[in-house]
Design a protein around this ligand. Structure first.
Ligand SMILES: [Zn+2]
Length: 91
Protein backbone atom coordinates (compact mmCIF):
# COMPACT_ATOMS: atom_id res chain seq x y z
CA UNK A 1 0.00 0.00 0.00
CA UNK A 2 1.55 3.27 -1.07
CA UNK A 3 1.06 6.67 0.43
CA UNK A 4 -1.12 7.57 -2.54
CA UNK A 5 -3.36 4.57 -1.87
CA UNK A 6 -3.72 5.67 1.72
CA UNK A 7 -4.65 9.18 0.70
CA UNK A 8 -7.21 7.84 -1.74
CA UNK A 9 -8.70 5.63 0.96
CA UNK A 10 -8.91 8.54 3.36
CA UNK A 11 -10.53 10.80 0.76
CA UNK A 12 -13.00 8.07 -0.05
CA UNK A 13 -13.99 7.82 3.61
CA UNK A 14 -14.29 11.61 3.84
CA UNK A 15 -16.46 11.70 0.74
CA UNK A 16 -18.73 9.01 2.15
CA UNK A 17 -19.05 10.85 5.47
CA UNK A 18 -19.75 14.18 3.80
CA UNK A 19 -22.34 12.62 1.51
CA UNK A 20 -24.16 10.89 4.34
CA UNK A 21 -24.20 14.19 6.26
CA UNK A 22 -25.87 15.78 3.24
CA UNK A 23 -22.86 17.85 2.18
CA UNK A 24 -22.94 16.82 -1.45
CA UNK A 25 -20.69 19.62 -2.66
CA UNK A 26 -18.03 18.78 -0.11
CA UNK A 27 -18.29 15.10 -1.04
CA UNK A 28 -17.76 16.05 -4.67
CA UNK A 29 -14.59 17.94 -3.77
CA UNK A 30 -13.21 14.87 -2.02
CA UNK A 31 -14.06 12.71 -5.00
CA UNK A 32 -12.21 15.12 -7.30
CA UNK A 33 -9.21 15.26 -5.00
CA UNK A 34 -9.02 11.49 -4.81
CA UNK A 35 -9.21 11.24 -8.59
CA UNK A 36 -6.41 13.75 -8.92
CA UNK A 37 -4.22 11.88 -6.44
CA UNK A 38 -4.86 8.66 -8.34
CA UNK A 39 -4.04 10.26 -11.65
CA UNK A 40 -0.88 11.94 -10.50
CA UNK A 41 0.40 8.73 -8.93
CA UNK A 42 -0.91 6.44 -11.62
CA UNK A 43 -2.94 4.47 -9.16
CA UNK A 44 -6.28 3.09 -10.10
CA UNK A 45 -9.19 3.94 -7.87
CA UNK A 46 -10.51 1.11 -5.74
CA UNK A 47 -13.55 -0.59 -7.22
CA UNK A 48 -15.76 0.59 -4.39
CA UNK A 49 -14.77 4.15 -5.16
CA UNK A 50 -15.51 3.80 -8.86
CA UNK A 51 -18.91 2.31 -8.19
CA UNK A 52 -19.95 5.07 -5.87
CA UNK A 53 -18.81 8.08 -7.78
CA UNK A 54 -20.22 9.62 -10.95
CA UNK A 55 -17.82 9.87 -13.89
CA UNK A 56 -19.61 12.86 -15.32
CA UNK A 57 -20.18 15.14 -12.32
CA UNK A 58 -17.94 13.58 -9.63
CA UNK A 59 -20.84 13.21 -7.22
CA UNK A 60 -20.44 10.64 -4.47
CA UNK A 61 -23.38 8.37 -5.16
CA UNK A 62 -25.80 7.22 -2.54
CA UNK A 63 -28.41 4.82 -3.85
CA UNK A 64 -31.91 6.09 -3.20
CA UNK A 65 -30.72 9.62 -2.62
CA UNK A 66 -28.81 10.94 -5.60
CA UNK A 67 -28.78 7.94 -7.90
CA UNK A 68 -30.94 5.06 -9.02
CA UNK A 69 -29.74 1.49 -9.09
CA UNK A 70 -31.43 -0.99 -11.41
CA UNK A 71 -30.47 -4.31 -12.87
CA UNK A 72 -30.85 -4.97 -16.55
CA UNK A 73 -29.63 -7.86 -18.72
CA UNK A 74 -26.96 -8.99 -16.32
CA UNK A 75 -25.80 -5.45 -15.60
CA UNK A 76 -26.21 -3.13 -12.68
CA UNK A 77 -27.20 0.23 -14.12
CA UNK A 78 -26.49 3.21 -11.91
CA UNK A 79 -28.13 6.45 -12.98
CA UNK A 80 -26.83 9.61 -11.34
CA UNK A 81 -29.13 12.58 -10.76
CA UNK A 82 -27.13 14.38 -13.47
CA UNK A 83 -28.41 11.81 -15.98
CA UNK A 84 -25.17 9.96 -16.50
CA UNK A 85 -25.37 6.18 -16.46
CA UNK A 86 -22.78 3.61 -15.54
CA UNK A 87 -23.20 -0.10 -16.24
CA UNK A 88 -21.42 -2.90 -14.49
CA UNK A 89 -21.79 -6.56 -15.30
CA UNK A 90 -22.53 -8.90 -12.43
CA UNK A 91 -22.66 -12.62 -12.05
ZN1 LIG B 1 -23.51 12.62 -12.14
Amino acid sequence: MTLADERIERLHALAADAASAGHDDRAREYVRLARRVAERNRRSLPRRFKRFSCDACDAYLRPGRNCRVRTQDGHVVITCDCGSQARYPYR
